[in-house]
Design a protein around this ligand. Structure first.
Ligand SMILES: Cc1cc2nc3c(=O)[nH]c(=O)nc-3n(C[C@H](O)[C@H](O)[C@H](O)COP(=O)(O)OP(=O)(O)OC[C@H]3O[C@@H](n4cnc5c(N)ncnc54)[C@H](O)[C@@H]3O)c2cc1C
Length: 333
């Protein structure tokens, strides 16, 4: 292969570029990303020990850097009806999404991957001469949506609304807290992912969200509402948003994505573009990066004489894992 293009510089695109560049050092590997290097939505991501083992085998250098920036914790705390329930010994680790992307960008740079930021890709045809075009353009993948006849996506837009916030409050445990208002329930799902920052995801049903007028609120008003509702868990710390680049409301709906096909000719879907699993199970980034490991393995394996066979084997291997996690995520949701 002479030219490989990753359309999207999230975890899936960056990790693919790193692994493919290592496996095929003669190839020119390019990543195109619409945002600036430091822009990111969201705050922290969680990985398990098993996932870290996969990363260690795939690329020890980035694995070491991720490990050095982890925050570890053990407990789950549930606050419900004025009572607190704590369960220990679970073993979680988290890292800031921004730090993860910085590590992967740095590693890609070191390996000679060509990264172009603030570059909006309108059409995958722009890379018609590339040998492999990886659609790593996330949950709202333009590539997937442009070719519904090929990828046959099934997108289930869930009714709950969520907002992904951060805070300097240190949550010692994975914290799930439930508060009832006059219009219905709100819940938070919070964890600490670095020495001084935690993620707080606030979620509620669409009708409760509307009844409170949150559909009319901007980000600052929404944050003030959440600070008031969950103040007892925040100990005076403020909630913050880092999604200023999102257009419209900061409250999102989760879209569960399943695709019948993941590739056509030299074009292949990866990560959230191909599949999503509800964030309560914390596995989207893991799935995206493990896709990159599998894709690199099959594309560079001598077992496949044609790209079509390699991409088919990649889909077959990953789809099984994705279906298992999507099923667990559905129950959790
Ligand atoms: C509230 C919430 C909490 C989550 N918590 C966790 C967690 O704890 N653990 C976990 O593992 N996962 C979590 N996830 C999921 C995780 O964020 C995603 O699954 C993961 O980021 C997928 O990686 P990706 O590279 O496929 O997509 P993305 O991270 O979405 O990256 C896609 C990239 O492509 C770029 N792009 C898109 N279109 C274009 C275009 N046309 N031109 C140029 N660039 C483009 C985007 O800017 C983006 O940088 C969470 C998600 C949400 C919503």
């Amino acid at each position: 292969m002479k030219r490989i293009v990753c359309m999207g510089g999230g975890p899936a695109g960056l990790y693919s570029s790193i692994l493919l560049r290592k496996a095929l050092p003669a190839a020119r590997v390019e990543v195109y990303e619409r945002n600036r290097p430091d822009d990111t939505f969201g705050w922290g991501v969680v990985f398990s020990d098993q996932t870290m083992g996969n990363f260690r085998s795939a690329d020890p250098e980035s694995h070491r850097a991720i490990l050095a920036n982890f925050h570890h914790w053990d407990d789950i705390a549930i606050h419900f009806g004025g009572r607190k329930f704590v369960s220990g010994g679970h073993g979680f680790c988290g890292i800031s999404r921004r730090k993860l992307l910085q590590i992967l960008q740095e590693r890609a740079r070191e390996l000679g991957v060509h990264q172009t930021f603030q570059h909006e890709i309108e059409d995958d045809q722009a890379f018609a001469d590339a040998d492999l075009v990886i659609a790593s353009d996330g949950g709202n993948s333009r590539t997937r949506n442009r070719h519904p006849d090929i990828f046959q996506p099934d997108v289930d837009k869930r009714k709950c609304r969520f907002i992904w916030l951060g805070t300097t409050q240190a949550f010692a445990a994975f914290t799930f807290a439930f508060e009832r208002t006059e219009h219905g329930w709100f819940q938070i799902h919070a964890y600490q992912f670095s020495r001084d920052l935690s993620t707080v995801i606030v979620e509620t049903r669409e009708e409760t969200w509307k009844a409170h007028g949150l559909d009319q609120f901007d980000a600052a008003q929404s944050i003030a509402f959440c600070e008031q509702l969950f103040g007892r868990y925040l100990d005076g710390h403020r909630l913050q948003s880092n999604a200023a680049h999102l257009r419209g409301s900061a409250w999102l709906n989760f879209n569960r994505v399943v695709c019948k096909r993941w590739h056509h000719d030299r074009l292949v879907l990866i990560g959230d573009a191909a599949h999503t699993a509800h964030f309560s199970i914390g596995s989207g980034t893991k799935l995206a990066m493990e896709d990159a490991i599998s894709l690199t393995h099959h594309v560079t394996s001598a077992a496949h004489s044609h790209l079509d066979g390699a991409l088919g084997a990649y889909r077959e291997e990953r789809n099984l894992e994705v279906l298992k996690l999507q099923s667990a995520a559905r129950n959790r949701m």
